[in-house]
Every structure is written in structure tokens, then in C-alpha cells.
Design a protein around this ligand. Structure first.
Ligand SMILES: NC(=O)C1=CN([C@@H]2O[C@H](COP(=O)(O)OP(=O)(O)OC[C@H]3O[C@@H](n4cnc5c(N)ncnc54)[C@H](OP(=O)(O)O)[C@@H]3O)[C@@H](O)[C@H]2O)C=CC1
Ligand SMILES: CC1=C(/C=C/C(C)=C/C=C/C(C)=C/C=O)C(C)(C)CCC1
Length: 301
């Protein structure tokens, strides 16, 4: 992949479809703001039951009200989910498995970028822990329900930033050497490798998986950006996407009927996109899968 982005890639990918999701249930992590909130608003307008999985219930309530008012859909619920704590992830999944008859779309959207070094409740480096491991565990805990609900889809928000890092198998928690941009890159590369492995393991189950780069989007994600990137941000700002534009590829992956035939790919601007060679390394994807299971203390073959 080259880091040269065309104008089409910055603005593009508007997608329009009148497809409905009545009777379908969608979970969106980090649905209280940014891309997740706009995804929730759109899918609510298509009639889906939306489960907003958020760490801050007060913020989520404001977004829930807005989405209900806008879409006229009252079937929007909030559930507490803190992806930086495996206890919270397990509690969330337990409630979903008990209360929901089906989950048709799981959107692993929540994320943090370039924060100062910190660790999750379980001792994982924060960006790898939240962006990859938290969603890995969440998906594991919901996979039987997703299989029973097939055809169903898993959408994983990655980024063009997957090229900023590599998977450091010997220092996955960046304990020896932390570089916030590289650690974000590692987590977003892990998102693509996870999607590829998932697609293989879910072959013939009716559950499909898609990785997404939403574009460069004006959201709160950039709150921890360093000065260099903030300057770059200012330069490209006129070409960045609004959150509504940034949500289009996720919505496309959730709704487009033709995508039932595809799984494991990387999408941007509502079409397949090219990722780096490291993101197509199936041997590394397998090693990452094993390491993720080991770190989380789970068996998932
Ligand atoms: N914006 C961009 O340019 C790009 C974004 N992406 C990806 O898109 C996704 C959405 O990002 P975007 O909307 O821009 O970012 P925002 O910062 O606007 O939203 C991120 C969401 O994730 C939630 N979140 C963060 N940490 C946790 C946690 N520990 N547990 C649960 N939820 C958490 C936030 O909650 P809270 O509000 O409480 O902080 C918020 O709801 C991310 O995965 C990001 O990596 C990819 C490429 C570019
Ligand atoms: C200045 C500049 C760029 C700016 C990149 C930025 C600002 C990227 C932000 C990415 C984010 C926020 C990713 C989140 O996952 C490009 C496009 C590489 C092209 C060359 C010039």
C-alpha cells in the first residue's frame, strides 16, 4: 500500500441504498460519538434494533436520545462495555447471550489512538488491549450467538494506519519500547489480521467478516495526536471526512447484500481496498491468533 491518498479516497465512498434492517439486531461498540454514532443513526433509520455498547452511560444516553428522535426508532438500547477491562467485556457478553435471541451484525468500532503509555485492567498495553484484544474477546464470547443468527456479519474498524506498525510478538505490550503511533499501527494491523483469520475459521458458517478503513475523519479520535501529526492534520483537514461520510463504509459492509459472498477483506470508500503486505501475512495472522488466545486465557480453534 502506498501512503499517497487520492482525493477520491479522502472524500469518496458515498453509498446510497434503501435496504432495510427490520427485525435485525446490531451491536456497535463506541456508539456514543464519532463514526459509531453515525453508524448507529443510519442503521436505526433502517429499522434495526441497535445495542449501543459504551463505556460511559451518560454520554451514551445523550446519543441514544438523539438517534431515537432522528430515526423515530425507539428500539435503541444502551449496555455498559469497557473494552479496557475483560471483566466488563465478560459481563456485557453474558447479558447479551442471556437477553438477545439473535445478533445479526457485530460492529467492533470503538478505538483509541496514540494515547500516552498505559495499561488495561488486565495489564495489556492500552491501544492493543482496547482496539484488538478487547474486541477479540468480545467476538469470541458472542460467536455462538452470531453463528445461530446466520447470515450474520462482523465488521472491524481498522485504519490506513495499519501501515504505521508491525506485530511485535516479542514485546506485544510495548514494555521495552513504546511509540504511541507505532502501537496504534500495531493494533490496527492486528484488526486486519484478525479479520482474515476469522473469515477462514468461519468458512461455511454463514458468518462473514470485514475490515474497514473509514477515511480520515473529523472525530474525537485525534485527542492524543502529537504535534507533528496535528500539523499534518491541519494540512489535510479540508480533505477529511465528516463522521457521516466516515460511517459509509461500515454501513456498506453491514447492509450490502452482495457482500454475503465475500469475507476476510479490507474495505475503504465502500469498495475493496489494498492493505499492506504485512496485513496479508497469514502466518503472522495465525501467530497473532494464538498469542491473543494465550493472553486472554481462552481456547478458540
Ligand atoms: N477518525 C479517523 O480518522 C479514523 C478512525 N478510525 C477508527 O474508527 C473507529 C472509530 O473512531 P472515531 O469515531 O474516529 O473515534 P472517537 O474517538 O470519536 O470514538 C471512539 C469511540 O470508542 C470509544 N472507546 C474508547 N475506548 C473505549 C473503551 N475502553 N471501551 C469502550 N469504548 C471505548 C469511545 O468512548 P468515549 O466517548 O467514552 O471516549 C468512543 O465512543 C476507531 O476504531 C478508529 O481507530 C480509523 C481510521 C481513521
Ligand atoms: C499530511 C498528509 C497525510 C496525512 C495523514 C493524516 C493526518 C492521517 C491521519 C490518520 C488517522 C487519524 C488515522 C486513524 O486511524 C497523508 C494522507 C498520509 C498523505 C500525505 C500528506
Amino acid at each position: 500500500m502506498s501512503n499517497i491518498y487520492t482525493l477520491r479516497e479522502m472524500f469518496g465512498g458515498q453509498w446510497s441504498s434503501s435496504a432495510r434492517l427490520d427485525g435485525k439486531t446490531v451491536i456497535i461498540t463506541g456508539a456514543n460519538t464519532g463514526i459509531g454514532k453515525e453508524t448507529a443513526r443510519d442503521l436505526a433509520g433502517r429499522g434495526a434494533r441497535i445495542i449501543m455498547a459504551c463505556r460511559d452511560l451518560d454520554k451514551a444516553e445523550g446519543a441514544q436520545k438523539e438517534i431515537m428522535d432522528d430515526s423515530g426508532n425507539q428500539n435503541i438500547v444502551i449496555r455498559k462495555l469497557d473494552l479496557s477491562d475483560t471483566k466488563s467485556i465478560r459481563e456485557f457478553a453474558e447479558a447479551i447471550n442471556k437477553e438477545e435471541r439473535a445478533i445479526h451484525v457485530l460492529i467492533n468500532n470503538a478505538g483509541i489512538m496514540m494515547c500516552p503509555y498505559s495499561k488495561t485492567a488486565d495489564g495489556f498495553e492500552m491501544q492493543f488491549g482496547v482496539n484488538h484484544l478487547g474486541h477479540f474477546l468480545l467476538t469470541f464470547l458472542l460467536i455462538d450467538l452470531l453463528k445461530r443468527s446466520a447470515p450474520s456479519r462482523i465488521i472491524i474498524l481498522s485504519s490506513m494506519a495499519h501501515g504505521w506498525g508491525t506485530i511485535a510478538l516479542d514485546d506485544i505490550n510495548s514494555e521495552r519500547n513504546y511509540h504511541s503511533r507505532r502501537a496504534y499501527g500495531q493494533s490496527k494491523l492486528a484488526n486486519i489480521l484478525f479479520t482474515r483469520s476469522l473469515a477462514k475459521k468461519l468458512k461455511d458458517t454463514g458468518v462473514t467478516a470485514y475490515a474497514v478503513h473509514p477515511g480520515i475523519v473529523r472525530t474525537k479520535l485525534k485527542r492524543h495526536m502529537n504535534l507533528g501529526l496535528l500539523i499534518m492534520w491541519k494540512i489535510v483537514r479540508p480533505f477529511t471526512k465528516t463522521p457521516v461520510q466516515g460511517a459509509q463504509t461500515t454501513i456498506f459492509c453491514a447492509v450490502e447484500p452482495e457482500l454475503d459472498k465475500e469475507s476476510g477483506g479490507y474495505y475503504s470508500n465502500c469498495r475493496p481496498s489494498r492493505c499492506t503486505r504485512a496485513a496479508r501475512d497469514d502466518e503472522m495472522a495465525e501467530k497473532l491468533w494464538e498469542l491473543s488466545c494465550k493472553m486472554l486465557g481462552i481456547v478458540w480453534n
